[in-house]
Design a protein around this ligand. Structure first.
Ligand code: GAR
Length: 217
């Protein structure tokens, strides 16, 4: 008998196209995650609509109600813990998490960042990549630690930059890559193949010195 699907919470702040990729892959049965709740810090996040349409519970707490970051994070965790998540997926969740939150879910939070980390942490990655004339760009799935965009990398999707394309076009291509790689990496976690051990990502019982790279060109 296969093990029970991994209880998963997904945190979004916006469109939720990555969330949609998870929903679609779960409903096709090709990844085994139990998407229990979708949380947003923004009541107008379209990701909440996607979740409701898929019959997934939703929750929302607006961060502006909390002057202190950690107080917001504690309220979020109290809400999420009603669903006992084993895995927390950040899918376009545009809040920096406090050390308290990271420790509360130590080794169980994944993020996707739209760049080939450690290059281009932070915001506005697509324009910065174009401005710098980079040949390669992509997205990185990584474990979340206290260091912003700095946790152990798991899987990168890489594509070739067309110097004539706009940041919007590049963003769309990167997001199409994200929709492939993020559910895949999360599924590895759900299957017990991917773990966070002693500050490193481990896949199939071996530490990942460098992330797995998937080329999309
Ligand atoms: C994604 O491209 C993701 O990589 C990025 O936000 C987008 C969310 O899109 N995340 C970050 O920039 C985090 N620093 P979505 O809401 O359509 O999934």
């Amino acid at each position: 008998m296969s093990p029970a699907p991994c209880k998963t919470a997904v945190l979004v702040s916006g469109s939720g196209s990555n969330l949609q990729a998870f929903i679609d892959r779960v409903s096709r049965g090709d990844i085994s995650l139990d998407l229990r709740v979708v949380f947003s810090n923004r009541p107008d996040a379209y990701g909440l609509v996607r979740a409701s349409d898929a019959g997934i519970a939703t929750a929302c707490i607006e961060h502006g109600r909390f002057p202190e970051r950690e107080d917001f994070d504690r309220a979020v965790a109290a809400r999420l813990d009603e669903w006992q998540p084993e895995l927390v997926i950040l899918a376009g969740f545009m809040r920096i998490l406090s050390p308290w939150f990271v420790n509360h879910y130590a080794g169980r939070v994944l993020n996707i960042h739209p760049a080939l980390l450690p290059a281009y942490p932070g915001l506005d990655t697509h324009q910065r990549v174009l401005d710098a004339g980079e040949r390669w760009h992509g997205s990185t799935v990584h474990f979340v630690t206290e260091e912003l965009d700095g946790g152990p990398r798991v899987l990168q999707g890489r594509l070739a930059v067309d110097p004539n394309e706009t940041a919007e076009a590049l963003c769309a291509r990167v997001q199409a890559v994200e929709h492939q790689i993020y559910p895949e990496a999360a599924n590895w976690f759900g299957q017990g193949r991917l773990e966070f051990r002693a500050g490193a990502a481990w896949l199939d019982g071996k530490p990942l010195e460098t992330p797995v790279i998937a080329d999309f060109f």
